[in-house]
Design a protein around this ligand. Structure first.
Ligand SMILES: [Zn+2]
Ligand SMILES: [Zn+2]
Length: 299
């Protein structure tokens, strides 16, 4: 995670932001700071053994997320500490009602991490989060701690523990690509298996100059993707794909798909206001209003 770039992008957005948007951007900037600090502690505690090049290529070619085959060892004490730090930051800065903020602070995150399946967290983080959400009662999550806040604390905490390994995998992939073995264009994250949070179109450094990358908010990975293709179901039927945007903001668009009925948020780099660098951690936050628009369309 590049905090300096995150800070530059947030500062650029803040020059023109409505108060609610400014508050959201500042909150996430701070949250990324907490995650980055915990990520550094995780890195210092011990590295992740990236599979050898041939093995890595085999996993990617077969469409198996790397972590499903070579999982990240997540220390439960360290994870409990990360969850507590993230939950405390949310309680202090998210503008929550006092009951929810108090529940976030009071919940025993160390005990949660003891009970949770850390092996699953390190091999299939999306399944892990879904399992936690489906069984909040068995983790003694109090009723005044809303499920969405609990999920947010867990998802962001996991990022701190997955990102160092994800970065190591991506560095190995880059090396492999230079040697003529590019990462196939998978729909979900080729590293951790989570669905893409968003994608971007712009100067990806591909041979054509303009390309598309999917972005995984769970582990921070970005990977090459087809320009004309649904980011959810993978259809390449151009007639079934549409782009819409809020009037006056062509930088942030919704790609909607008639085949799967789903949508994805896409950043168009060249339409970003001048001075705003493309930083997907910040774009993910800046595009939050598009989710509301997409849900209205579906309703
Ligand atoms: Zn991922
Ligand atoms: Zn689709």
């Amino acid at each position: 995670m590049d905090l300096e770039r995150i800070h530059t992008a947030v500062a650029a957005y803040l020059r023109d932001a409505e108060p609610a948007d400014a508050a959201r951007l500042e909150f996430f900037e701070g949250l990324y700071g907490v995650i980055d600090e915990r990520g550094k502690a995780v890195t210092a505690a011990g590295g992740y053994a990236v599979p050898a090049a041939g093995e890595l290529h085999g996993m990617l070619a077969a469409g198996n997320p790397v972590f499903s085959q070579a999982s990240v060892q997540i220390d439960e004490d360290a994870f409990g500490k990360t969850c507590a730090d993230v939950a405390t930051f949310m309680a202090d800065h998210a503008g929550l009602e006092e009951s929810a903020a108090g529940a976030l602070r009071a919940y025993d995150w160390a005990r949660f991490a003891e009970r949770a399946d850390m092996a699953q967290a390190g091999s299939d983080p999306t399944a892990f989060v879904n399992e936690v959400l489906a069984n909040l009662g068995s983790y003694d999550v109090p009723v005044d701690l809303p499920a969405n806040l609990c999920a947010m604390a867990v998802v962001f905490s996991l990022r701190a523990h997955l990102e160092p390994a994800s970065e190591a995998v991506l560095a190995a992939c880059e090396q492999a690509a230079e040697e003529g073995e590019p990462v196939p264009a998978s729909i979900d994250c080729p590293v951790c298996g989570s669905p893409a949070a968003a994608s971007w179109v712009g100067n990806t450094g591909d041979t054509s100059g303009s390309g598309r990358r999917q972005y995984c908010a769970q582990c921070g990975a970005q990977w090459h993707y087809d320009r004309v293709r649904c980011g959810r179901c993978g259809t390449r039927n151009q007639g079934h794909l549409h782009y819409t945007n809020v009037k006056g903001d062509r930088a942030h668009r919704l790609q909607t798909c008639d085949e799967c009925g789903d949508y994805e948020r896409v950043v168009f780099q060249e339409d970003l206001p001048s001075g705003i660098p493309l930083v997907m951690e910040v774009e993910d936050v800046a595009m939050a209003p598009l989710d509301a628009i997409a849900q209205e369309r579906e309703a």
